[in-house]
Design a binder for this molecule. Sequence first.
Ligand SMILES: NC(=O)C1=CN([C@@H]2O[C@H](COP(=O)(O)OP(=O)(O)OC[C@H]3O[C@@H](n4cnc5c(N)ncnc54)[C@H](O)[C@@H]3O)[C@@H](O)[C@H]2O)C=CC1
Ligand SMILES: N[C@@H](CC=O)C(=O)O
Length: 313
Amino acid sequence: MKLAILGAGAVGRSVADLAGEYGHDVVAIADSKSAVADDDSIDVERALERKAGGEPVGSGAPEDAFEADYDALVEATPTTLDDAEPGFSHTKRALEADRHVVLANKGPVAERYDELRTLEADSAGSVRFEATVGGAIPVLSTIEDETPQAVTAARGVLNGTANFILTRMAAEGLDYEHVLAEAQDLGVAEADPTFDVDGTDAALKFVILANVLADGGFSLSDATVEGIQNVPGSALDLAAEDGRTIRLIGEATRESVRVGPRLVPENGALAVSGTRNIVQIETRHAGSLHSSGRGAGGPETATAVLSDVGRLE
Ligand SMILES: NC(=O)C1=CN([C@@H]2O[C@H](COP(=O)(O)OP(=O)(O)OC[C@H]3O[C@@H](n4cnc5c(N)ncnc54)[C@H](O)[C@@H]3O)[C@@H](O)[C@H]2O)C=CC1
Ligand SMILES: N[C@@H](CC=O)C(=O)O
């Protein structure tokens, strides 16, 4: 497949870097100010070198990415709320041109799912978004394989930044402000890390799960959300005395979405460490399915994007 990549951050750059290994050509990559495009294939190494050197990714306008001869648009621009722009318009433009879209950007899938599905129905292209939930962990494809109707709920830890912060707070007895910068250095925090600590990012992922389970109808405003900003280091110390710890746990069903800090057993499945995520999928006929792994990071998320590309027809 020929890929046009929008966004040259941790995710977009990793998709460009790994696309060749998966048998795909990159025909365009854009950042917020520039693009490089070539209908056969761009020089990815050169583009990534320019970016690493603090230069724009290319010498053309970002718009040029849409003019390239691509089969699938990879949307990896920052997640935004409400109208989910500019990610939603990028997606719309590609679908209206009968191209496929693979999203890492959670905004359009969480905030405008029903519109997205309508656009897809009118297009010869399709939309996939495995990377929006749990990075490298195959959460959505597991639900798809299981069939969404057979899944009653999904719960777990889906924000690597908050989990890393809670893990470091428990280990060092520090408050969250002191370890946020460390999390940002790992390339897992959002462009606006408030989304990670106030629970918004985890909530967007559980909203996406609820949309998949219920075939739409949810946006962030339907979720009950509490972040980790008010969890003091002392609360983690007290929890540890009792063999427990605190994790930012979310749950999605067909009826509701909830995210908040919860006490969990220190050695239990939900007490994953560092940037790891865990998802427990409750099924009607097969009990609980657990998947755990790297839920964030450039190469990790790029593997989910490229798996989605492989699933396109
Ligand atoms: N970093 C991670 O571990 C994960 C990120 N995501 C999502 O993937 C998306 C990208 O994440 P990162 O690469 O970490 O973000 P980032 O902040 O590192 O990079 C965003 C890139 O988008 C570019 N950009 C901004 N507006 C643009 C526009 N209008 N046109 C073209 N490019 C534009 C920026 O110049 C930058 O290169 C976000 O929506 C994020 O929520 C999803 C799963 C994991
Ligand atoms: N900021 C997110 C990245 C993936 O969605 C996280 O920390 O999990």
